[in-house]
Design a protein around this ligand. Sequence first.
Ligand code: FRU
Length: 482
Amino acid sequence: MNFLSTALLAILLTISTSAKNNEKNIYDEIYRPQFHFTPEKNWHNDPNGLVFYDNEYHMFYQYNPNGNEWGYMHWGHTISTDLVHWQHFPIALYPDEESTDKEKCTAFSGSAIVDEQNLLNKQTNDTKTLVAFYTSQHCGQRMAYSTDKGRTWKKYEGNPIIPFDEKDDARDPKVIWHEESEKWIMVLYRKQNEEENSKGVSFYTSNNLIDWKWESHIAGFYECPDLVKFTVTNRPDEVKWVLFDGDGSYLMGSFDGKTFAPESAKLKSDWGKNYYATQTWSNIPQSDGRVIQIAWMRDGKFPDMPFNGQMSFPCELRLTKFDSGYKLIRKPVSEIELLHDKQYTWENKNVIPGINDNKLKKVSGDCLHIIGEFDLKTADNFGFMLRHSNKATGTEILYNVKRGTLSVLGCTVPLPAVNNKIKLEILLDRSSIEIFANDGQAVISNCFTPDEKATDAVLFTNGGELGVDKLDVYKMKSIYED
Ligand code: FRU
């Protein structure tokens, strides 16, 4: 090899290494979630158009391609085959009427379904048409469709399907199939009359996805509604309908295809600061049968990041009958296990007060999945310190035995012990902590901005002894690793 070719090779090597480093840096920033969805750059909010088709989970999302703040909404698009790894796709929906305005005719939130019966008559081969329903802000409820598995989208030529009405502020259509009445149902956030307290959910029906008839209205809801049929987990013969509000809180009841009849008070679903604009996937095959929900982690802070926002981890919802009544439980989808790396396990151990007994001494990291069952024994309180270091106080997760409450980052949820035991499942990512307590009966989802260098984890007890019946801690692989 002569001098020139050696020099050329050196230059090429440098270019390729620095390209690789740059590539790594893009998804390796200090507050870049490593197993929660984020777009590469810019602002995003609500998940939209969640639909499963041909082994792909589609997720669209409110996206501003112009910058790191809200406005100029488009539908961004990502696809996953396992609810964990997400591949980025080009923008699916652009504002209508070629609008370049920050709001007017921009593509606000909505949903998507599979047009099984080819009602729109757009299908060209065996591939079913995907149909998206969205709000064109101040330009009515509209429809778009894709005949190539979501890769490209066309706006429906007869838009809007529900015209804009300046009085009702309608938005966020979620469309579902109602087997019993063989009709499509749209739940739409809107104001029923001039009164502020008439804000709620309107129910519409359609036979053809194009013509929609208003049927009824229920007040007391705000933005991003969802309507889901559940079989009660521990009473397989019982079916209930759940109407979700934008913050994931819900009413349980019955639904006859036209009217929702509540059978419960409105129940809170998340006790954290950052769970919003929830939506469930449509068209999940019966063989799977899960109800899978995701949310935007609203109000998270991502200082100096190229992106602004993150999604929650996808969760499975189940409706369960307890002595106290029916309740939704929410747990991370089992696919999370695909990301498990090194595992640490403890069984039947005791923890005593004082930092010298920290079982997690060897565990450190910014991405962990912690699953534990604890016996309260004589403890006054116990918990974890995560993202801790000698120099920076970490984030405390605290169970207070006397009060029967679980707290983290200024949020507290009532959590009665069961047989003097508490179960905690914790997802720690670079900018969020989600805690699922007592098998998903109480959930807290929060964003945070921990100290970059603090990666210690501590398990502590105060006032007395704590039993660790079982504790598994997994280091999490990054979804960008491959
Ligand atoms: C909820 C929401 C929706 C609206 C969208 C606009 O976060 O306000 O009601 O469609 O965001 O981005």
